[in-house]
Ligand binder design. Structure first.
Ligand code: K7E
Ligand code: CUA
Length: 653
């Protein structure tokens, strides 16, 4: 067994190098980008793209938004990481968004954007994304393209199998990639086996507001829970999680977690879980997790610490969980648009195993079990398999669907996308990727209604695809036309961070709801200044609050005196503009902080502790008008014991 793993791992290195060396022989494919291909990605100046693509930023912690088919970067949305460009996580209002049970954590590793769905179709309300490192899920509001809420996932380690949604966004899910003591405690790592646990978490999403609450956890054995997808149509009510390391190894995992010929897909009947919760069959377990919500009226985020979580134990809840044996260390699990087929992408398997949901139900009905693991029944594999796509490629990772009866699977090791028919299990086409593709994305490709026109391959290795930029090359996405029988490569474009997964949606489902500014009359920020006549500077002990406004082309007040070394200064800046795309920026020389970038009608706060006496300039950082350069002022900082009176002005006083 060990040998075969080694063979595959060596193969992977071999192929990576091989593709890396193939660059010159591939040069002609560039010239194959004939004008008809170019015209397919050409979006004329002033025209809009047909689709939005929401692309994970991976280790950047953020999410980027691209137009498809042009590949134009439209926006980077700050989510889990501080972002100096927008002041996110630096200004006082958004700092609480990054609060966790470990305190302020200004970074995470984002993996899977997931659009909200209604009746199994993307609906353009929200996009969710998981933080893998300090387990969290964020909800981004697609009227503002801003992070509206972040909830921490308790008693988990590595929230990777997340935040995949159910058919009507009843829940988004989370699963622990790294089994951990449950609840966390000090114990020997060697005692992992049988003692560490894997919590799967269902997070309720409130239909009107999108507000998230942890509904319940299912306490699973200490396997690693890698990816998930919820059922749809006939399998609505179930969620499927892949597992690896069913060996429960805690060291040298590349070998230790690759021993078993089969791991499992865990099938969770969440409707059943709801019944058990209803009947009170849960335990309440102490937990520590933060729930952070951004209020659009006050423009302020608040963070609340939650203390407990409801937990279901599968051994005490018959019918709640079944294991579907699946070869071999499966990564992605993907459900076809009908909800009948569940594709397990076994990383170390040459074949793709597809389970039938109807057969799963029949096997459960007939008690066709192959024993159990920790009290959870294991279904007989040959009774649930619908088909096998044989020898499709090496290292399958993820599958999406085009809505026309085809599936597309990425193969990391053989570096290609393979198109196959759902039902006949025959390979229909294959296209190389440059290089080593991870996830792929078809707009709506994990929903009931895929929009199967384009496919985006999200590649792990870039090498020779762009002008060299030193040792670090941006990751790369590739756009394919999949409207015909054969996949056609149209475009490469670089991404920000690592684009694990992406989701796409017709622009028409989102663009008309886009907010253009915040009405100033609705601004409920406690330190808002809604009119220039209300600007002021207020001292309360050593706390100084500057109530400042910005409008083209002045900051008011622009001369401030009476600040002292050691003061705690809050600049509450309100942008009085009521027009689209007129933010004002704000920064002070020597402030240990980022700038502010304040949207029209919004109030944001820069905190500053002046360290040295002097006269310090401040200015608007966003070129907002012909007289933007004049949008500037001075703050005088006097010694701590000075008697300089507090004064503020703009123009002659
Ligand atoms: Cu990169 Cu979904 Cu985190 Cu696969 S994951 S590639
Ligand atoms: Cu306001 Cu530049």
């Amino acid at each position: 067994m060990k040998k075969s793993i080694k063979t595959i791992l060596c193969l992977s290195i071999g192929i990576t190098m091989f593709t890396g060396c193939k660059q010159n022989t591939q040069a002609p494919s560039n010239s194959a980008l004939a004008s008809d291909v170019a015209s397919k990605v050409y979006v004329a100046p002033g025209e809009y793209d047909e689709f939005y693509a929401f692309v994970s930023g991976g280790f950047s912690g953020q999410m980027s938004v691209y137009g498809i088919p042009s590949g134009r970067l439209l926006k980077v949305i700050p989510v889990f990481s501080q972002d100096a460009e927008k002041g996110y996580g630096y200004n006082e209002e958004t700092k609480p968004m990054l609060n966790t049970s470990f305190g302020f954590i200004p970074w995470d590793d984002a993996h899977h954007p997931e659009l909200s769905q209604t009746a199994g179709e993307t609906d353009g309300r929200w996009v969710f994304i998981n933080g893998n490192n300090t387990p969290r899920i964020a909800r981004i509001d697609l009227t503002t393209f801003e992070t509206a809420e972040i909830i921490e996932i308790p008693n988990s380690g590595g929230n990777h199998s997340s935040p995949f949604t159910t058919e009507n966004t009843e829940y988004v899910v989370a699963g622990t990639r790294f089994a951990v003591p449950y609840p966390q405690k000090d114990m020997s790592i060697k005692e992992y086996k049988g003692n560490f646990k894997g919590a799967l978490t269902f997070i309720d999403v409130e239909e009107e507001t999108g507000h998230m609450e942890v509904a319940f956890q299912v306490l699973m054995p200490g396997f690693n829970y890698d990816l998930a997808h919820s059922g749809k149509g006939k399998s609505h009510g179930w969620t499927f999680f892949t597992t690896y390391n069913t060996e429960e190894s805690n060291t040298l995992m590349e070998v230790g977690a690759s021993q078993n010929d089969k791991d499992y897909i865990a099938a969770i009947n969440w409707k059943k879980a709801e019944e058990y919760i209803e009947q009170g069959k849960f335990k309440t377990i102490p937990a520590q997790y933060a729930h952070n919500v951004y209020d659009e009226k006050t423009h302020i985020a608040t963070s609340e610490m939650k203390k407990e979580v409801r937990v279901l134990d599968p051994a005490e809840c018959p019918g709640l969980v079944y294991f579907l044996p699946t070869p071999k260390s499966p990564h992605g699990v993907d459900v076809d648009p009908t909800g009948e087929y569940i594709v397990g992408n076994g990383k170390l398997s040459a074949d793709l195993t597809v389970h039938s949901f109807s057969k799963v139900l029949a096997a459960i009905e007939n008690n066709s079990f192959d024993g159990e693991a920790y009290g959870i029944p294991i279904l007989k594999m040959d009774e649930i398999v619908a088909g096998v796509v044989e020898q499709a490629g090496l290292g399958p990772l993820h599958t999406e669907f085009d809505g026309k009866g085809n599936a597309y699977t990425t193969f990391f090791i053989s570096s290609e996308v393979v198109k196959w028919n759902v039902g006949s299990w025959e390979v229909a086409d294959r296209a190389p990727t440059y290089y080593s593709v991870g996830h792929l994305m078809i707009p709506g490709g994990d929903s009931k209604k895929p929009e199967g026109k384009y496919l985006v391959a999200l590649n792990k290795i870039t090498k020779d695809r762009y002008l060299p930029t030193g040792p670090e090359l941006n990751h790369s996405a590739q756009l394919y036309d999949i409207s015909g029988d054969k996949m056609e490569l149209l475009l490469d474009f670089p991404t920000i961070g690592e684009p694990h997964y992406a989701q796409g949606i017709s622009a028409s489902k989102v663009m008309n709801k886009s907010k253009k500014y915040y009405p100033i009359d609705d601004n409920a920020h406690p330190h808002a200044t809604k009119s220039e006549s209300d600007v002021k500077v207020v001292r309360e002990g050593n706390v100084v609050r500057i109530y400042m406004t910005a409008i083209r082309s002045h900051l008011n007040p622009d001369n401030i005196e009476g600040i002292k070394v050691g003061d705690k200064v809050y600049v509450h800046l309100t942008n009085l503009e009521q027009d689209w795309d007129v933010p004002h920026g704000f920064s002070i020389m020597g402030a240990q902080n980022a700038e502010l970038l304040v949207m029209p009608g919004q109030t944001e706060t820069l905190y500053w502790e002046p360290k040295q006496e002097g006269v310090y300039p401040f200015y608007c950082t966003d070129f907002c008008s012909a007289l933007h350069q004049e949008m500037q002022g001075y703050i005088r900082v006097s010694p701590a014991n000075a008697n300089v009176p507090l004064k503020w002005s703009m123009g002659d006083d």
